[in-house]
Design a protein around this ligand. Structure first.
Ligand code: PMP
Length: 420
């Protein structure tokens, strides 16, 4: 799939995809909840891990663990090879030109904070502007508010419409030579909207601004090619793409990363230390102070292998079918309002049921073994825009089946009766 093509409607016919077989790769999906087989529809919050990932992490801990980069002994070298091998795996996965541009972080949140503190804070001042959109996750709002407080620069917000689509022309009108940085989601976690990243990157670059893309909800559902997108920074989390928690990636263009001061000091990020002055390590280690999450990186690499073996395009096409099916079935139920009906969506179905708080709805679904997320989804401004406190959100992953959709719809229908 082209980097910025619709995730919902892939250009080529989907290859056969056996979700029931995929499901068997994930031991946790055999869990029963309240006496029912689990229907897991919360992958947008955190996806489950396949045996291939669990085994890779176990294998690393069983045979190769030691601290990285500092040891001459065999295990340290094995750990370093595994960790740096994972970095190369990530580079290939997102088609980055160099491993010098791949920084391991805890997740998307840490990646965006790194850019905010090490790129924006030292450069920006009064009169400068940071432009975000109205559908961002808090992780792509609050770090920029902090930079505005620290530097005196101004935050601008591009609006969305009632379908939850970005008003791209209005975003373009907000761009000016004052805009220093544009920070946008690739896919909205609260609404599922897919943003036209390439178009925004081109418009931002034309004004001399750099672009940070929050790819947390995109990387598990589409082939992302950072070079084709032209993004200056691209952030994502392992735990939303079948890898463990506590590992994520910041891709940063080498030219920008090389000109940034370190943001955390400590071991591994230095070349020399004396009490008078310290000097910094090469990229990317300059931005990885302290012992990194080595086993997490190994797990992330295994998750990337797993996803590519399934075929990202095949997974995306399967999820799109489930989303279309669930959307049509849910919309038929009286009292349901879909929140987020953009023309281009990926994998997320947010909704409300008239007269019922989302948390109560989620609790009733849970008693039927159906796991959905309820709340503001760390996107309070989105809830404010729609004038609601919360939504229930079903989100789909590579292991969900049509049966999951049927169980979900039946559970929502049952909840309607309970609250009638
Ligand atoms: N951005 C988006 C769009 C997200 O969905 C999330 C996770 N809900 C984040 C950022 C933050 O990711 P993490 O908690 O892994 O840092």
């Amino acid at each position: 799939m082209a980097a910025d093509a619709s995730i919902l409607t892939p250009a080529t016919p989907a290859p056969p995809y056996d979700a029931a077989r995929v499901r068997r790769d994930f031991p946790i999906l055999a869990t029963h909840v309240s006496g029912h087989p689990l229907v897991y529809l919360d992958s947008a919050a955190s996806s489950q891990q396949p045996l291939a990932v669990l085994r890779a992490v176990e294998d690393y801990a069983t045979h190769s663990h030691a601290n990285v980069h500092r040891g001459v002994h065999a295990l340290s070298q094995a750990a370093t090879a595994a960790f740096e091998g994972a970095r190369e795996r990530v580079r290939r996965f997102i088609a980055a030109p160099s491993t010098r541009e791949i920084v391991f972080v805890r997740g998307t949140t840490e990646a965006i904070n790194l850019v905010a503190q090490a790129y924006a804070r030292p450069r920006f001042g009064p009169g400068d502007e940071i432009l975000i959109t109205a559908l961002e996750h808090h992780a792509n709002i609050v770090p920029w508010q902090m930079v505005c407080e620290q530097t005196g620069c101004t935050l601008k917000v591009a609006p969305i419409n009632r379908r939850g689509e970005l008003l791209t022309e209005e975003l373009e009108q907000l761009l000016s030579p004052r805009t220093r940085l544009v920070a946008i989601a690739h896919v909205s976690n609260a609404l599922g909207t897919v943003l036209p990243v390439k178009r925004i990157v081109d418009a931002a670059h034309a004004q001399g601004a750099v672009v940070v893309v929050d790819g947390a909800q995109a990387v598990p559902h589409a082939r992302v090619d950072v070079r084709a997108l032209g993004a200056d920074f691209y952030a994502f989390s392992g735990h939303k793409m079948y890898a463990p928690t506590g590992i994520g990636v910041l891709y940063a263009r080498e030219e920008l990363l090389g000109a940034m001061p370190p943001w955390q000091g400590g071991g591994d990020m230095i070349r020399t230390v004396s009490f008078e002055k310290s000097t910094w390590n090469e990229l990317p280690w300059r931005f990885e102070a302290g012992t990194p999450n080595i086993s997490g990186a190994v797990g992330l690499a295994a998750a990337m292998d797993y996803l590519e073996d399934l075929g990202i395009e095949a997974v995306a096409a399967h999820e799109s079918r489930l989303l279309a099916l669930a959307t049509a079935e849910l919309a038929r139920l009286p009292g349901i309002t879909l929140v987020g009906t953009a023309a281009r969506k990926a994998s997320v179905l947010s909704f409300t049921l008239a007269g019922v708080h989302a948390h109560d709805l989620g609790t009733i679904l849970d008693t039927q073994g159906v796991a959905v997320r309820t709340g503001h989804h760390c996107a309070m401004p989105v809830m404010t825009f729609f004038g609601i406190p919360a939504t229930a959100r079903a989100s789909f992953g590579c292991y969900n089946t049509e049966e999951d959709v049927a169980r979900f719809i039946a559970a929502v229908a049952r909840a309607r009766e309970v609250f009638a």
